[in-house]
Structures are given as C-alpha cells and as structure tokens.
Design a protein around this ligand. Structure first.
Ligand SMILES: C[C@H](O)[C@@H](O)CC(=O)C(=O)O
Ligand SMILES: [Mg+2]
Length: 411
C-alpha cells in the first residue's frame, strides 16, 4: 500500500555508452564492435522520490531510443504512481498503444525498447516507494509467498552461467586464462560464441571442453548468423562437444525456421535457445506453440519491462519450457535477477535445466550491483529494481560529451 501519491513531474533521459568494443568485450558473429550502452531514464516525482530505468543498446542507435523515450515521456508526466499501479495494465497499454506512436511498432523495435526503459523506471519507482526489492513487489502483486523457495534463494542464490570467457573477438590465450580463472571461482556452465568460421569454432569449443571436462555444461551462441539448413549442418559438426543448446541459430523472427532446427537437432541432444531479440510476448507465444525453442531467454529490456516479462514467464510455465534469461550487456544482470527470482519463487518452483546468464562487465557503474557467490546470483537487498547507475559513471560516459568520449575522439 503506497503511503504517498508520488506524482510524476518530469522524465529525463541520457545516452550513456561504454567503449567495450575496444577490447572486444561482448563481440559475437554478428556484433563485432559492440559498445554496451543504455538509454538511461529517471522518472522524477513531486515527493522527491525518483525511479531509475534503462534499456540496453550497442552504441550507435542509442540516440534514436533516447528520442523515442522523449516522445513517450508526455504520456507519463502528470500521472501519479498510485494511479499507475492501480491499473498497471491500462498504463502499459497507454504507452504501447498510443494512436499515433504505435505505428512505429507496435510493441517492437525502437519504440518498444523505449517503452521498456520508461516502464523499468516506473517499476523501480514503485519498488522504492514500497521500500522493497522488485521481486518482493512482484510477489505481493502475484499474491503468493512461498517461504521455502524464498529461503533457499536467500541461502544458495540462483544458478548462473558465464559468457565472459569466450567472446568471439578474444584470442585463444585470453579464452584459456579466463576459463582457468572462472573454473577457480566455481563456474560450472560456460557459453561460447560461434558462427563466423567453423574451423575457429571447432578449435575454441575443443579447447573449452578440454578445460572444463565432460561433466560441466557448454552452450554455444551464433547470434543469428546462419540460415536454417546452414545452422543444422554447422551445429551438427559441433555436436561432438556436447553443447546443451544452440542460441539464436538464425533470424530471430523465423519461428518455423527455429522449429525445423529444433526438430533436426533433438536427436543430437541439442536444444534451441532464443529470446534476447524476440520482439514481444506474441512471438514468444508462437515459439512455444510451434515447439521452436527448448529454452526461453527473456530479456528485461527488450520486452516491455516487468509487465511483459511476467506474461512470458507464465506462458513458459504453461508450456513446461525452462526460462534461462539473457543477461549481461550493461545492467541486464542487475535487472533480470529480479525476474528470475520471481519465476522460481512464484511460478516455476524448479531449477531443473534453469540458469541465468552472467557477464562480468560494467557492474561497478551501478549503485546496487549484482552479487555473485559460487556461480549463483544472490538475491538483491536494496529497495528498487537495481537500475540506478552512479551519477559519476553516467557523467563520464554520456555520449558524446562525457570525458570518456571526448578522450576517445582525441585519440
Ligand atoms: C552483442 C552482445 O554482446 C551479444 O553477443 C550478447 C549475447 O548474445 C548473449 O549474451 O547471449
Ligand atoms: Mg546470445
């Protein structure tokens, strides 16, 4: 129950970019020079309470999302938090179904990323107003509270896998060193980027499988590089390394293509995972209906914030398909940990074949960074949705005027 009304007075948005491409962090077969970035939103209220939110992008293009957030801001200013949360579905529709702006989507692309950024900030505001972490707010909303599973999360955390060892632009030496370090820190599940060159993929997968041994888990991620038949052939060639899944084997919109790949790879024991570029819940519904994926990868900033992610969690549960969220980028781990805890505590109650991605970059820029212990996400403790960035980091990385970018231009 909200103690105050919290009327939204204005919304600010900034283009914040990190030059991750310089060291090839985040690189894959399709995104060879990603600069991890956010369109960073602050929702200001008359009570002084603020909500922080963002969506994730790869550098160029963030300015377009910033424009879209500005266009949506008019729908938010003047509303009170109380009004919003008493009909959150109505508020979601207001943002996603504006008579003129919905032509830009609907519920896909830049306008949907902007919707996610604004709604993430509103969820953060709500959780702060309730002085809870977001899972607690979701749990309250869902009217369910399973002490056992919650206690287990507090003690053990939620299982994670790492993608940080094997970005496609990393050398074999780097891969070996990072994998050695990760094994020492207790990681048991590893994702390798593939898809540009089969010989390289074979060498890198062999290297990592040799290092982690036969019992640890390996996943591969092609980031949409192939067509359907190429995907089947390429992944079959890598089957000897026993990947649990092939992620984004082909165009993320090709639902029937994913179904064909799933069918072809099932006898090899390899599942298909996708979702980080799945536009909305309607597409997820069809992926599930067509048995086109075996692992659902929700994304806290691609879908329309918590609202749409909750819908996908429920559908995945109905279809008995495990959810293994996409995270990483900048801030995605911070947000998605809330969603996955909610999924375990209130929806699935299962850890079977489930794990959340973790990427070890840029957490130091957040006021409440994720806590990883023994390859598990430990539940967040600070009130909010963990979206707030350090003001000093925002100023330094704001594009193009931040010191980091001024310096970059001069080099
Ligand atoms: C461009 C991003 O780094 C992308 O490669 C991330 C991704 O596919 C993943 O984390 O999975
Ligand atoms: Mg991926």
């Amino acid at each position: 129950m909200l103690k105050m009304v919290h009327k939204i007075t204005h919304v600010t948005v900034r283009d914040v970019r990190f030059p991750t491409s310089l060291e090839q962090h985040g690189s894959d077969a399709m995104h060879t020079d990603p600069d991890y970035s956010t369109a960073y939103v602050v929702v200001h209220t008359d009570s002084g309470l603020q909500g922080f939110g963002f969506t994730f992008t790869l550098g160029k293009g963030t300015e377009i999302v910033v424009c879209a957030v500005r266009a949506l801001a008019g729908l938010v200013v003047g509303k009170s938090l109380q009004e919003i949360v008493s009909d959150f579905r109505g508020f979601y529709r207001l943002l996603s179904s504006d008579g003129q702006m919905r032509w830009l989507g609907p519920e896909k692309g830049v306008i949907h990323l902007a919707t996610a950024a604004v709604l993430n900030a509103v969820w953060d505001l709500w959780a702060r107003a309730e002085e809870h972490t977001s899972p607690r707010v979701f749990i309250t909303c869902a009217d369910c509270f399973f002490c056992l599973t919650e206690d287990q999360m507090l003690k053990e955390g939620y299982p994670a896998y790492t993608t940080s060892c094997a970005w496609i632009g990393y050398s074999d030496e780097q891969l070996k060193q990072l994998c050695t370090d990760a094994l020492k820190s207790g990681w048991t599940k590893f994702k390798v980027k593939v898809g540009a060159d089969l010989e390289d993929d074979t060498r890198r997968c062999r290297l990592i499988r040799q290092m982690i041994g036969p019992d640890k888990t390996l996943m591969i991620d092609a980031n949409q590089r192939w067509d359907v038949s190429e995907a089947i052939g390429w992944v079959s060639s890598l089957a000897e390394f026993k990947p649990l899944w092939i992620e984004e084997p082909t165009c993320p919109d090709d639902i029937l293509g994913h179904a064909a790949i799933s069918k072809a790879l099932a006898p090899l024991g390899i599942g298909v995972a996708t979702g980080e570029q799945c536009q909305n819940r309607v597409m997820f519904k069809q992926f599930l209906q067509a048995s086109a994926l075996q692992f659902v990868q929700i994304d806290s900033c691609r879908l329309g914030s918590v609202n749409e992610n909750l819908a996908v969690l429920l559908m995945a549960h109905k279809f008995k398909v495990p959810v293994c969220p996409h995270a990483g980028g900048v801030g995605l781990c911070e947000l998605v940990q809330h969603l996955i805890l909610f999924d375990y505590i209130c929806v699935s109650g299962s850890l079977s074949n489930r794990m959340c991605e973790y990427v070890d970059h840029l957490h130091e820029h957040f006021t409440s960074p994720v806590v990883i212990h023994d390859a598990h996400y430990m539940p967040p403790k600070d009130p909010g949705y963990s979206c707030e960035m350090l003001e000093s980091s925002v100023k330094k990385h704001q594009y193009p005027e931040g010191d980091v970018w001024k310096q970059h231009k001069n080099n």
